[in-house]
Design a protein around this ligand. Structure first.
Ligand code: ADP
Ligand code: MG
Length: 240
């Protein structure tokens, strides 16, 4: 297995008093679907934003492909990100929302069209390219956000509770769809959720976080059968 993202003794403090993440040691492998799960306020988004470069690292070393990235600007990290809030541009069409990043990076027009076509076929958005975000359902908007991440062809994809605004049925479909896309493109996925079912059904491995500390990292079956402590047991819902 190739190590894709590594963290050594990562700490995040907002001021001298408050430690939001404490001594995080973690390796995420290439092509892995890695889920970070934990209750609200446990530090999941902060850690994801640190990988993206949107949040300073107080202490410790973060690497991608064995290069230290602590001070590397977000744009140079070669990753894509999908948020709960979609973050689409309301005045732009679906097409322009999806192509925004490629245009900014001056990818040539032919390549843009090729990727747009492939991606929107796959995600089921081909008929909606001329619409504005307000003319789409919540599920369709989230698909646009997914498409934007996929066209970038970045090897790492970060997702922060991407399904929490969707209803239960759509959420179940999208879980399958996200896994399919992740496999198909061999993406290294770091997926944040507070939903245990999502974590257990989607993750190759799961990290359980509580109050900024790693409680356990392992495969879903291992967390279920051998939870490291009562917190993991009750959070995952195993019988221990
Ligand atoms: P999660 O995504 O797991 O819900 P967050 O990473 O958003 O948790 O937040 C973790 C902790 O960090 C929370 O206690 C939150 O209040 C705190 N926090 C987040 N952002 C800031 C900030 N800009 N300043 C101070 N504290 C913050
Ligand atoms: Mg969060």
């Amino acid at each position: 297995m190739t190590e894709k993202i590594t963290m050594n003794n990562i700490v995040k403090r907002y001021d001298k008093e408050v430690t939001v993440l404490d001594d995080i040691d973690l390796t995420i492998n290439e092509g892995e679907f890695f889920v970070m799960v934990g209750p609200s306020g446990s530090g999941k988004s902060t850690l994801l934003r640190m990988i993206a470069g949107l949040e300073d690292i107080t202490d410790g070393v973060m690497k991608i492909d064995d290069n230290v990235i602590n001070h590397l600007p977000p744009k140079k990290r070669n990753l894509s990100m999908v948020f709960q809030s979609y973050a689409l541009y309301p005045h732009m069409t679906v097409r322009d929302n999806i192509l925004f990043g490629l245009k900014a990076r001056k990818v040539n027009k032919e390549e843009q069209q090729k990727r747009l076509h492939e991606t929107t076929e796959m995600i089921g958005l081909s008929d909606y390219l001329d619409r504005k975000p307000r003319q789409l359902s919540g599920g369709q908007r989230q698909r646009v956000a997914l498409a934007r991440a996929i066209v970038s062809q970045a090897p790492i994809c970060l997702m922060d509770e991407p399904l929490s605004n969707l209803d239960a049925k759509l959420r179940a479909n999208m879980r399958i769809e996200i896994r399919r896309l992740q496999r198909q493109f061999g993406l290294t996925m770091v997926y944040v959720t507070h939903d245990q079912v999502e974590a257990m059904t989607m993750g190759d491995r799961i990290m359980v976080l509580d109050s900024g500390k790693i409680q356990q990292v392992g495969r879903p079956i291992d967390l279920y059968n051998e939870p490291a402590n009562l917190f993991v047991a009750s959070f995952i819902g195993s019988p221990k």
